[in-house]
Design a protein around this ligand. Structure first.
Ligand SMILES: [Zn+2]
Length: 367
């Protein structure tokens, strides 16, 4: 079967930068999710420069939420005039669209308002499009826990996060979030470095009780299911498992299926134990699990999270994809561990920036 979706997980320090192309008759439909830290812009820039000058277009750019490790590389992209990049739509929830405290209403953006003007205060004469698929209003799952976006010549996108409630929380927190962003900080406290644990009994590790992610910015993350020609990926940003779980359950009910099997699952919040829990993994069983982080500051991915992935009920030869090759990530390819859990682990090739996955088209997927 031909390749339906190509997925590149670029090096983005502790953050995300995903380059996704869906095969079409003409040029591919191109999606960029997040831009990593400000220091990751050169890697994204080189990837854009590898495109022919006449094809430097993103059909959709998604800035999942307002955190330095997701938004950093995006500001240079939007301010850049030399590369000749154009945009079909840009999804980002900024202060103008967040629900008002009393009415809960969201408003549409005005002429000239953009992500760059919002974050830099510099007015733009030709601002990129903003939340066009949502009539300029907030990107939100609204009242039904999910929204399906179907546009001509687009893959099918099922929005799973954020909810109106999470956006209302972000509104209260906006000024603090902007200050954290300007300092390049996150709400979470950095984790002190600890010696790497030996990986053995993953069932026991997976069952370790853990708290949940409480970062307001992470809770406002845009996350969605992308489906094209029978291939699919779940792109979870840094979303809460509560929000993703409720949304996926609603999709399961609407489709009258048992679960939502996907080819690839970009684990939420860089494989944090506060976001990756067993019931979420069971709702969207995947063949490939993507971990985007260099482990900086927060020690992601958590061993507990990946233990949950590999011990998921019904898992058959799951494949782990790491976009950084380091000692912590290499522990997952230990022979004894692979013999016990039957998984595979992939790392970037020495000459390659990040990792690449190709998802094949398929006629129909059994749930
Ligand atoms: Zn993040």
């Amino acid at each position: 079967m031909p390749v339906a979706i190509k997925l590149e997980v670029l090096p983005a320090s502790r953050g995300d930068c995903l380059w996704i192309e869906c095969r079409r008759k003409q040029r591919p439909w191109r999606l960029l999710i997040d831009g990593g830290m400000p220091s990751d812009w050169p890697a994204l820039r080189s990837r854009i420069e590898a495109l022919p000058a006449g094809d430097r277009r993103f059909d959709l750019v998604v800035v999942t939420h307002i955190d330095a490790d997701h938004i950093g590389g995006m500001l240079p992209l939007f301010s850049n005039k030399e590369l000749g990049v154009s945009f079909g739509d840009v999804w980002f929830n900024g202060m103008p669209q967040l629900p008002e405290p009393v009415t809960g209403r969201t408003r549409s953006v005005a002429q000239g308002e953009s992500l760059v003007s919002l974050l830099s205060g510099i007015a733009e004469s030709s601002a990129p499009p903003w939340n066009v698929a949502f009539d300029g209003r907030a990107v939100t799952t609204g009242a039904h826990n999910f929204v399906t976006i179907e546009r001509p010549d687009w893959p099918t996108i099922t929005l799973l996060s954020p909810t109106n409630e999470r956006l209302a929380a972000l509104r209260k927190h906006w000024v603090k979030s902007i200050e954290l962003l300007k300092r390049g900080e996150a709400e979470e406290l950095p984790k002190p470095p600890t010696p790497l644990a030996e990986l053995a009994n993953l069932e026991q590790l997976a069952a370790t009780p853990t708290g949940r992610d409480t970062s307001v910015a992470n809770g406002s993350s845009i996350a969605f299911l992308l489906e094209h020609d029978g291939a699919s990926c779940l792109l979870a940003g840094d979303a809460y498992y509560t929000v993703l779980g409720r949304a996926l359950t609603a999709v399961v009910n609407a489709r009258g299926v048992r679960d939502i099997p996907v080819d690839a699952f970009k684990l939420p919040h860089h494989g944090s134990k506060g976001n990756v829990i067993a019931p979420l993994l069971e709702l969207a069983p995947a063949d490939h699990y993507i971990v985007s982080t260099n482990g900086d500051r927060f020690g992601h991915p958590d061993d507990i999270a990946l233990a949950r992935v590999l011990t998921r009920r019904g898992a058959v030869k799951p494949q782990l994809w790491f976009n950084y090759d380091n000692v912590a990530n290499r522990r997952w390819e230990a022979r004894s561990l692979r013999d016990a859990y039957g998984h595979l682990a992939h790392y970037p090739r020495p000459s390659q920036a990040g990792i690449r996955l190709e998802l094949s088209a398929r006629a129909k997927r059994d749930s």
